[in-house]
Every structure is written in structure tokens, then in C-alpha cells.
Design a protein around this ligand. Structure first.
Ligand code: UD1
Ligand code: UDP
Length: 398
């Protein structure tokens, strides 16, 4: 009898990180793989499904414009109940810390279906940062009997909480997805040229600052500061900025309002994963609040400045591949300016070790699910107790 595994996801980052795992599950003779997407994201999810060739068996299509968390969570639980009743999975897999993950885990738990949590154990220790993700990832771990921790320090976080499930260190599946994608780009000159041609306005002689930002705790003042910093940096003509703007209206409104007419700033639509990975390869510095980008950029040897006060991904900070700069205008300008002026320091990032995975996380997860032997990921994050990393206080630029 094959084990029926129902993978549930709904946002862009979940889709990228679940895609290599779904492919591995589909290939396994002992597994009957079923995929349900909640559609928490619509266009950004479709971009990923198309790229990896995943056709979900169930699509709840739940996204609404400017959806509230409660409306979305309630609709996920209600709609998923019918799917759980019809599919009768032996286990569900959820990913990370989204509303899709927490609502789906609860729906499965209510039906006594075992939950496996992919990317378990990330913590900041502060329920409000990131909000609401820190709560989501904690409650999913409480409900899970199998926790796939990406690193030794995420395992240590879980161990401290004395949860009841089994913890397995796998590496992060984002590195599996990234490796598959860079192999496609690096092995196909025509594809690379095609991707570069999508951004004809870029000047190869000018450093490229790649920006993404979408965190809810930065809505309002945080985004106003970030945009002001970007405008200030762009006005110096020292770099060109490309910012693929998240589709959340709370992000698009202020970003377009402040930066639409700024010199050297290119606001573009969200890129598909191939296009975004290529842009990361071309970037001199990446400025972001994204979780996934904090894991990918170190693997590409790119300097990352994280526009948050605290991160649940301390491994890269400890490894020196990521720096926290917060959301204050002066601190962002100062950090970017200093790095732009120091080519030696920028290239040092490329020599530091990526702590997040070796491209075999999906294989380990499937081995754990099927009871086959495997070696856990030997996480090279230096310590099991790196702890939470905070941004240094902002200093004024003179
Ligand atoms: C969600 C996750 C966050 C993750 C982020 C990745 C929660 C609570 N937050 O936040 O952890 O980092 O996704 O991007 O689950 N929209 C579209 N089309 C899309 C996607 C979004 O139009 O393809 C717009 C819609 O108006 C939607 C809004 O963005 O209502 C917000 O989407 P939502 O998933 O609620 O929140 P995110 O901020 O994207
Ligand atoms: N990404 C993408 N296109 C873009 C911007 C980001 O494909 O225009 C990818 C990025 O490489 C990473 C993921 O989306 O894998 C991160 O998604 P997001 O920042 O929305 O969410 P988070 O990682 O913060 O949860």
C-alpha cells in the first residue's frame, strides 16, 4: 500500500520551497502524492507552478484583493475540510509560517491526520516580528508529529520547546530549488540572454542594487523609511536599483507613490523564479526583508542587507553572509554606501559558507517519510545556539 501524502501550500515562497519536494514525492514508488494549493496567492503562485511543472489536484482559489488574515484563515479551514474528507491522506505536509500553513495544519489536526512541518523551528522569540508568521510557525510545530528542521540551530529551538514530534535536520529545500534553477540558467546561454533581455534598461557598468520588501510589520512608517533610503541612494548615481514590487496593495501603494519617478530606480512586476534568480546572480548587493532571499543569496555568494530589526535566520548572520540593517533610513543608506565603496568586502561575501543546505533536503524528507535510512544534513552553522540576531541601532550619516 502506498502512503498517501497531501502537500498543501498557497504562497510564492511556499511553492518555490515545496516544488522540489513535490517532484521527489511524485517520483517515489512508495508514495501517492497529492497536491492542494489554497491559492492564498494567485498570480505569484501560478508563476512558480508553471516553472516547476506542478499541476495541483485541488486548487481552492481563495485569494481575494487585500484579504484579511481572519477571512483567509476561516476560508482555508472550511474549504480544506472537503479536500481532506475526499483525499483521506495518511499525512499532510505544510511549509513554513504562512496563514496557509497554520490554517491547514489545524484543519488536518481536527481530522486527526498527522502533520509534517517542512522548515520547522525558525524563531525570533518575538511574536510581533515577523507578524503574524512567528505565531504561525510555532503553532504548526505544536501540531506536528514530524518536524523537518533546516539547520542544527532550528533543531535546537524545537528541542528547547519540548514538543512531542520527531525532529529531523534536512537542510532547506530552497537550496534544492535554487540549484535546479541555477543549473538551468547556467547551462543555457540562450535562456540567460533571454532573461537579461527582459531588463534592457540595465547598465552593466553600474552596480546593481536588487530590492524586495513586503513584511506586514513594516507597513506604514517602515516602508516610508525604506523608500526614502532608496530614493536617497539612487539620487547619488552610484548604483541602479531594481525593485520587483510585491502584489500586496499595502506594499505597492507606498512604493509606487514614493519611487515611481525616482532616477535610477526600476520598479518592475514580480519576476518568475528564473528571472529573479538571474537578477540575484547579476546583483552587486541585495537589500531585502524576505526570508527566502536571506537563504538563497548566501548560496549565490551575494551580500545581503536585511531590512528588519530581528531575523529568524541567524545562521547567515553568524556566517557573515547576511547583515541586519533594520528599517531606519539612515542605517540603510549608510550600510549600502559603505558596501558600494568596498569591493573587497563585497567579494568576501562570496567566500563565506552558505549554512542553509546542500541541495538534498527533499531527498532526506522523503527518506524520513518512507522510513529509509539517510544521513541528516550536517548543518555548518557553527553552533546550535546562535540565538536571535538583532539589528545594530541606526547611526546618522554625516
Ligand atoms: C504572505 C505571507 C508571508 C509571506 C508572503 C510571501 C501570511 C500571513 N503571510 O504575505 O509570510 O512572506 O506571503 O510573499 O501568510 N496579492 C495578489 N496576487 C498574488 C499575491 C498577493 O494580488 O499573487 C495581493 C492580494 O491583494 C492579497 C494581498 O496581496 O490579498 C496579500 O496577500 P497575503 O497572502 O494575504 O499576504 P502577503 O503579504 O503576501
Ligand atoms: N522571488 C521571486 N520573484 C520575485 C521576488 C522574489 O521568485 O520577484 C522569490 C525569491 O527568490 C524567494 C521567494 O520568492 O525564493 C521569496 O518570496 P517572498 O519574499 O515573497 O516571501 P518570504 O521568503 O519572505 O516568505
Amino acid at each position: 500500500m502506498r502512503t498517501r501524502i497531501l502537500s498543501i501550500f498557497g504562497t510564492r515562497p511556499e511553492a518555490i520551497k515545496m516544488a522540489p519536494l513535490v517532484k521527489q514525492l511524485e517520483r517515489d514508488p512508495d508514495i501517492d502524492s497529492v497536491v492542494c494549493v489554497t491559492g492564498q496567492h494567485q498570480q505569484m503562485l501560478d508563476q512558480v507552478l508553471g516553472l516547476f511543472g506542478i499541476e495541483p489536484h485541488h486548487n481552492l482559489a481563495l485569494m481575494t484583493g487585500n484579504q484579511t488574515l481572519n477571512e483567509l484563515a476561516a476560508r482555508i479551514i472550511a474549504a480544506l475540510d472537503d479536500v481532506l474528507a475526499a483525499v483521506k491522506p495518511d499525512r499532510v505536509l505544510v511549509h513554513g509560517d504562512t496563514t496557509t500553513a497554520s490554517a491547514s495544519a489545524l484543519a488536518a489536526f481536527h481530522r486527526r491526520i498527522p502533520v509534517g512541518h517542512v522548515e520547522a523551528g525558525l524563531r525570533t522569540g518575538n511574536l510581533m516580528q515577523p507578524w503574524p508568521e512567528e505565531m504561525n510557525r510555532r503553532v504548526v510545530d505544536v501540531m506536528s508529529d514530524l518536524m523537518f528542521a533546516p539547520t542544527a540551530s532550528s533543531k535546537a529551538n524545537l528541542a528547547r520547546e519540548a514538543l512531542h514530534g520527531r525532529i529531523v535536520v534536512t537542510g532547506n529545500t530552497v537550496i534544492d530549488a535554487l540549484n535546479l534553477t541555477t543549473a538551468r540558467i547556467d547551462g543555457d546561454l540562450a535562456l540567460r540572454a533571454q532573461l537579461d533581455a527582459r531588463l534592457p534598461h540595465l547598465d552593466d557598468a553600474l552596480p546593481l542594487l536588487l530590492v524586495t520588501g513586503h513584511r506586514r510589520e513594516s507597513f506604514g512608517e517602515g516602508f516610508a523609511n525604506i523608500c526614502a533610503a532608496l530614493a536617497e541612494l539612487a539620487a547619488t548615481d552610484a548604483a541602479q536599483i531594481v525593485y520587483p514590487v510585491h502584489l500586496n496593495p499595502n506594499v505597492r501603494g507606498p512604493v509606487k507613490h514614493s519611487l515611481r519617478d525616482a532616477r535610477n530606480v526600476h520598479l518592475i512586476e514580480p519576476l518568475d523564479y528564473l528571472g529573479f534568480v538571474r537578477l540575484m546572480q547579476r546583483a552587486s548587493i541585495i537589500l531585502t526583508d524576505s526570508g527566502g532571499v536571506q537563504e538563497e543569496a548566501p548560496a549565490l555568494g551575494k551580500p545581503v542587507l536585511v531590512m528588519r530589526d530581528v531575523t529568524e535566520r541567524p545562521e547567515a548572520v553568524a556566517a557573515g553572509t547576511v547583515r541586519l540593517v533594520g528599517t531606519q533610513r539612515a542605517a540603510i543608506v549608510q550600510a549600502v554606501t559603505a558596501l558600494l565603496a568596498d569591493a573587497h568586502e563585497r567579494s568576501a561575501f562570496a567566500r563565506r559558507i552558505n549554512p542553509y543546505g546542500d541541495g538534498h533536503a527533499s531527498a532526506r524528507i522523503v527518506a524520513a517519510l518512507t522510513g529509509r535510512p539517510f544521513d541528516e544534513f550536517a548543518s555548518d552553522d557553527g553552533a546550535e545556539n546562535i540565538g536571535v540576531q538583532h539589528a545594530a541601532p541606526a547611526r546618522a550619516v554625516h
